[in-house]
Design a protein around this ligand. Structure first.
Ligand code: 6GU
Length: 282
């Protein structure tokens, strides 16, 4: 998988060279390229932003710099001024459709080989739909992801609109209901969530099977290791009983009780058919 990241602070992405992602890069499973947006500027000040049209605080990132950069990374033909104006005129102005995580009005997550080869253009944005494990799963099947990190008040809205109208698979995602200074940290989070799902990434593939948010939307049970008694605290005795059925039952009960207490919204999403008789007693 090729991951192109565009930012005015490409140094943020040096952490992706550490740990499992560092090893995956060394093994050739993933390639991370962090680009500096300012490399696509032509003015002496390398400026990437301007004041918001319509007024207001802060600065907005200029569309033409982003387009020079993204045309290159997405392998789009360079446009003449006339063709560019025509493309803008063709760009869909359907606002409601651009408010789902995909810009294309008929966007359907797909895993067909042809689509996997197409790059996906991703903009982190606190005003976008949530980035979920399901989104990470789907994105892990693509071969080329391009991330555009906005700073200040964000990127001119026509950039995403333009590439969607050119047939690019454009997505916007938020991590949650809080505001970060820019998209860089959000992109690090997304990349970690996506790449660990690539087949061969994990030394032990089982470790991504039995996790929270995959399959049934239940939180994980607690984990303990030796010593079985530590500072007067013992691990639950069932876990040392050697009775695997009882251990499984104990862990499943923990997942259900914990999810109900901490994330009742996830319990609402549970498919009742997946509950067994013992679950229903809880
Ligand atoms: Cl994706 N970007 C920014 N700037 N802030 C966020 C976010 C993204 N998700 C949550 N807060």
């Amino acid at each position: 998988m090729l991951l192109d990241i565009v930012s005015v602070f490409p140094d943020y992405f040096s952490i992706l060279n550490l740990s499992l992602l560092g090893k995956a890069q060394a093994d050739g499973l993933v390639e991370v390229r962090a680009h500096n947006l300012r490399d696509w500027t032509h003015d002496v000040h390398h400026s990437v932003d301007d004041t918001p049209v319509g007024g207001g605080a802060g600065m907005v990132m200029k569309p033409e710099i982003w387009a020079s950069c993204l045309d290159e990374l997405l392998g789009m033909p360079a446009l003449t001024v006339d063709a560019s104006a025509q493309a803008m005129a063709n760009a869909t102005a359907d606002l409601a459709s651009s408010f789902s995580s995909g810009y294309a009005p008929d966007y359907q997550p797909s895993s067909s080989p042809a689509d996997d080869e197409k790059p996906v253009l991703i903009f982190p944005d606190p005003s976008a739909p949530l980035f979920t494990q399901a989104a990470a799963q789907e994105l892990s099947r693509h071969h080329h992801l391009v991330f555009g990190c906005g700073r200040y008040e964000g990127i001119d809205a026509r950039v995403g609109q333009y590439y969607a109208a050119q047939g690019v698979d454009v997505r916007e995602y938020s991590l949650g209901d809080y505001v970060l200074n820019g998209g860089e940290v959000a992109v690090c989070v997304m990349i970690e969530a996506i790449t660990r799902l690539i087949p061969g990434f994990m030394g032990n593939p089982d470790s991504i099977v039995d996790e929270s948010y995959t399959g049934e939307p239940l939180l994980e049970h607690r984990q303990f290791t030796r010593p079985t008694t530590w500072r007067g605290l013992s691990v639950p005795p069932i876990l040392t009983s050697g009775d695997h059925a009882k251990v499984d039952r104990f862990r499943r009960d923990e997942k259900l009780v914990r999810t109900n207490a901490v994330r009742p919204d996830l319990i609402e999403k549970l498919d009742t058919h997946s509950l067994d008789k013992a679950d229903r007693k809880l």
